[in-house]
Design a protein around this ligand. Sequence first.
Ligand code: PLP
Length: 422
Amino acid sequence: MEEILNGFTGFAKKNSGFTMPKNARTPEGTVVAFGEQELESIDDRDRRWSWVEINLRAIQQNTLNIKRLLRPDTKLMAVVKADAYGHGAVRCAKASLSAGADWLGVSTVNEGIELRNAGLNAPILILAEPPMEAIPLLLSYRITPAVFHPEFAIAYGEAADRHGMRAPFHLAVNTGMNRIGVRHDEVLDFMQQVAFHRALDLEGTFTHFATSDCEETFDFKIQVRRFTEAINAMKASGINPGIVHAANSAAIIRYPETHFDMVRLGISLYGFHPCKETRRLIKLYPAMTVKARITEVKTVPMSEGVSYGMHYRSPGSVKICTLPVGYADGYRRGLSGRVSVVLAGRRFPQVGNICMDQCMFEVDLRSQGGMRRVDPRIGDVVTLVGAEGDAFVTIDEQADICGTIQHEIAIGYSLRMPRYWF
Ligand SMILES: *Cc1c(COP(=O)(O)O)cnc(C)c1O
């Protein structure tokens, strides 16, 4: 054992195999032969051959198309939580605001701060009640909380009062999803408990639908009825509910009667249909494209396997191409052997298990019924998500294969790949 360790230490002392002049090393151990600027100017796409492109015109167009479904006085909240579902919160917020969005929706205090630090001035709502310790941040950065615990409301009001500020909040109402919120039939009790606090301002009242994207509408209708009743009860006892809002993407497109004073647009802002029912109702443009360059092309002899487990065997008449994209980049392992990529305007099957950082696909070299032969080369650009010519791969089909929703797949692609906005 000791011998092995000694051996290892001896090896480690050599540091690495790079040779360099004695005086060319910084104290940190890097080499000064290349200028800092020269190093920084090497684009991320030239450091690793995979990246994500976000089309901000699509974000703007989707905002406009959704706005056309609203009454002129209905406000639009762009939900840019989770870094805008992987699309980049600041850029997408700016794009959507420029096309007419009024509010921004986030999930965490830090997401709100990021928007403020980028100079965005629009009202921001956190779609959750943050820990009480975060209250000074809410007040300093003008981030409006969703509120449903009286203790939070009072602490928030008192903190504001101490600094001569107002404490605006949106009351979250639980109408049946049972995630957050005051129960729909306890809204008046709640308001009575916090009414004495002079700094608190009820700026809005909202609920969230659990099944607006489902075919079955039974539970959806119950939620709408409970919410409407709660709002009416507030008004009847002299409480102004402020901005009333409920609809997420699916409800915005399918149920105009749930628009109230504001709608909260998430997944469809990024160009996705929340369910098949919305396809005939609105045109949406997916904003995200995932691309990579081929790093290796080879002919694999017939019956030799490809990738971990060798679940794929070469038929001999194909070229196997390698891409630097893996499940650590959000290219889910569950897609292995069940998804396609686009090269030169044609779809080709991904083959073998998707690895952590790489994956392979197959190009059949036999001439195919009049179709032009594709001869893949190292450096060729491949589309993993998006369209090229008539061929395309969608996040929708990848979500279906993985048995999940587009939200989860889209967010995955922002894990490690650099993003470019245009
Ligand atoms: C995420 C979220 C939305 C947006 O939902 P989509 O289905 O993506 O449009 C709206 N409201 C709340 C409370 C949310 O958490």
